[in-house]
Write a protein that binds this ligand. Structure first.
Ligand SMILES: [Zn+2]
Length: 123
């Protein structure tokens, strides 16, 4: 569920506490949906954590490892031609809408694209 949608629901609930509202059951419904969305997010985070652990366990070369870790995200991997100090090095370009960020370090870039997907890996 999109974060915006979740925020709207939370606001609706805050504005109309069910004890004062005749639409109690509908709000109860919303509460359940918000709870479910939070649980889903936890599950997504947990899955990302597991995915990261299993990729790390393969002991790949650093480059290959990041190719695997970055696989679900929208990005482009190019040989840098623009950044003078890094010419010839690998550059990661973010391909999310309205984002033109680029990174030289894969680890920083991974954090960045995970932010777009609102994924935080944890156990
Ligand atoms: Zn971005």
């Amino acid at each position: 569920m999109a974060n915006e949608e979740l925020k709207t629901m939370v606001n609706q609930i805050l504005k109309h506490p069910s004890c004062e509202s005749p639409k109690g059951s509908r709000l109860e419904d919303l509460r359940t949906k918000v709870k479910q969305a939070k649980l889903n997010q936890k599950e997504i985070n947990r899955n990302e954590y597991r995915r990261e652990q299993s990729i790390k366990a393969l002991n790949l070369e650093k480059d290959d490892m990041y190719v695997q870790l970055l696989l679900p995200f929208k990005y482009e991997r190019v040989i840098s031609a623009t950044k003078t100090h890094y010419k010839g090095k690998i550059e990661y370009i973010c391909k999310y809408e309205n984002c033109e960020k680029s990174f030289m370090k894969a680890c920083n870039f991974l954090d960045h694209v995970r932010m777009h997907e609102e994924v935080k890996p944890y156990e």
